[in-house]
Every structure is written in structure tokens, then in C-alpha cells.
Ligand binder design. Structure first.
Ligand SMILES: *Cc1c(COP(=O)(O)O)cnc(C)c1O
Length: 308
């Protein structure tokens, strides 16, 4: 695949050895920091291709339903392609910075009084209209573009990992990762974490009641290519905090679901595992409680007093 005229430099994100978490999990864990893509999430890998093809097909607008990151990504590439981006988000349920990203580059962001699933249903209908192209992961170009992470991981690691762990929201990414490895004749164990409380989870990027790719993911599970773990809110939060506090990597809440799934699976002795961290921490700064923020008088004594 040649470089798209609309590329912002997707992919080639850092693979970081998680030394301290490895010791805790008993495996050799690496973190694939895909939040370092151009708009801060893995969505850019496939979006660049989806928008390029929509542009080539003569569309005047791309349309998507989004918990935030798809919106930010679609909006950026649409701006580069000179297309309109129409984004439907569940009202009051997306992180402010993601909406800001989309609006900054000129997207029409419309809040829908309903869930993500409602917004997606509307977008599927809009996508049938003349001039509109749907760029949710139901668009096969998205999944095609997202496959790039498989080759990149093997290249960076110098081998096929034993395990790859990632979050499961709508399931587009799991499908892409599985297909990407299959294309290369590789079959690492794929472990995916979903929120047990799907429609209401704190991890807003995977707050999706009805995964669009549920059937395909079920097929992958049936053929033993993928294992799905349903995670509690506590497990999601705990893994997110562990990634930040033990490895210094700040990802958004949903992004640590793969790590949470690995923690649950256990018995990983000696295995080489990669957890894909799907989005950047600055996407959702409100997830960090700042109740503990301390304000002092401008003296060293005051600072030391607070440090205790
Ligand atoms: C979109 C997204 C997911 C979920 O990916 P799916 O392809 O919907 O399963 C997970 N994490 C982040 C940060 C996302 O933006």
C-alpha cells in the first residue's frame, strides 16, 4: 500500500517493554502505544484508507457514529480530503477533548438523544444516501487499514508474539488484528477484554451495547482464534491505573482493557505478550480524579509540609 495523499503519519507507534508489569504478570509484556497515532487513537490506521476511498468514489461527506475517537479521526482526514464530516455522538456520553478535536478541524458534531447504538443506526441509514459514505468500522476499508498493526508488531518484536491482548468495543479492531496476522500466516493467541457493563461502562470508548462485529467475533471465538473476557469496572480501572503508575504510560480508560484481560487470564509464564493500548490518556483527562490537587503558599516550607 502506497502512502495515502491524506496521510498524517499513521502507525510506527512505539512498542514499549513493560518491565515492572511483566514481573507482576510473569510474562514478557510489551505495550503497543497506539494512542500515539496522529489523532491519538488506533482509528487513524484505517480511517486514512476509508476517507481516501470515499474521496475517490466522489463522496461529499463522510458520516460516523462515535464514542469520540472515530469522530476525531474521521474529522481530521475529511478536512485533508476536503470532505464534510458528519458525526453523531450519544448526548452527554463522550469525552470533551474528543469532541473538541472533531470540531477544531471543522466536523459537524451532532449529539443524539440516545445511545451509541442509536447513533450508529442513524448513520447506517445516512450512509445509504447519495454523497454520504459511512466510515464506522462496518466500512471494510477501516478494517483493511487497521490490519497494518500485525506486521508492525512482528517487525518491532522480531518475532510473532505468543499473545496479543486488546479491548473489544464494536469488534472492528479484533477483526482487523486477527485478519492481519492471518494474512501473514501467524496465529498468536488473541485475548480481548470487553466491559461486563457494556452500555454504561466508565471506559467510554467501549461503551457500546451491541457490537457491530459481534457475529464475526463469535466466529473467531468458535474457531479458537480469540478469547473474550468480560471485565468488571474495577478490573478495567485497576489495569488502567497499573499501566500508568507502574510503567508511566498514560492511556485512556478503555485502552487498558487488554491488560485487564491478561491479568484475569493469569498463567502466562514465560510467554511473550503484547497489549495494544488503543488511545491516549489526554483523550479523557476527567478519568483522573484531581480531588487530591494541592495548592500551597509559594514557600519551600509549605511544599515540604504538604509532602509530609
Ligand atoms: C474504538 C476504540 C476501541 C474499541 O475498538 P473496536 O474496534 O470498536 O472494538 C477501544 N479503545 C479505544 C481507545 C477506541 O477508540
Amino acid at each position: 500500500m502506497g502512502l495515502s495523499p491524506f496521510s498524517l503519519g499513521e502507525g510506527s507507534t512505539p512498542l514499549v517493554r513493560a518491565t515492572r508489569l511483566s514481573a507482576e504478570l510473569g510474562c514478557e509484556l510489551h505495550l503497543k502505544c497506539d494512542g500515539l497515532n496522529p489523532t491519538g487513537s488506533f482509528k487513524d490506521r484505517g480511517m486514512v484508507l476509508a476517507v481516501e476511498r470515499a474521496h475517490a468514489a466522489g463522496a461529499h461527506a463522510v458520516v460516523c457514529a462515535s464514542t469520540g475517537n472515530t469522530a476525531a479521526s474521521a474529522a481530521a482526514y475529511a478536512a485533508r480530503a476536503g470532505l464534510e464530516a458528519v458525526v453523531l455522538t450519544p448526548a452527554g456520553a463522550t469525552a470533551g477533548p474528543k469532541r473538541a478535536q472533531a470540531r477544531a478541524v471543522g466536523a459537524r458534531v451532532i449529539e443524539v438523544r440516545g445511545t451509541f447504538d442509536d447513533a450508529l443506526r442513524l448513520c447506517r441509514e445516512l450512509g445509504q444516501r447519495e454523497g454520504f459514505v459511512l466510515v464506522n468500522s462496518l466500512n471494510p476499508d477501516r478494517v483493511e487499514g487497521q490490519k497494518s498493526i500485525a506486521a508492525e508488531l512482528i517487525d518491532q518484536l522480531g518475532r510473532v508474539p505468543d499473545i496479543v491482548a486488546l479491548p473489544f468495543g464494536g469488534g472492528g479492531n479484533v477483526s482487523a488484528v486477527a485478519a492481519g496476522f492471518a494474512d501473514l500466516g501467524a496465529a498468536p493467541r488473541l485475548i480481548v477484554g470487553e466491559a461486563a457493563e457494556r452500555p454504561t461502562t466508565w471506559a467510554s470508548a467501549i461503551r457500546i451495547g451491541e457490537p457491530a462485529h459481534a457475529e464475526h467475533v463469535a466466529t473467531l471465538v468458535g474457531s479458537a482464534r480469540v478469547e473474550v473476557l468480560s471485565l468488571s469496572e474495577h478490573e478495567l480501572a485497576d489495569a488502567w491505573q497499573a499501566v500508568a503508575r507502574t510503567e508511566g504510560v498514560f492511556c485512556e480508560p478503555a485502552s487498558a482493557a487488554g491488560v485487564a484481560a491478561l491479568k484475569r487470564v493469569g498463567s502466562l509464564d514465560g510467554l511473550v505478550a503484547v497489549a495494544i493500548l488503543t488511545g491516549h490518556g489526554l483523550k479523557d483527562p476527567d478519568a483522573v480524579a484531581d480531588g487530591a490537587q494541592e495548592v500551597v503558599e509559594p514557600t519551600v516550607e509549605a511544599v515540604l509540609a504538604v509532602l509530609g
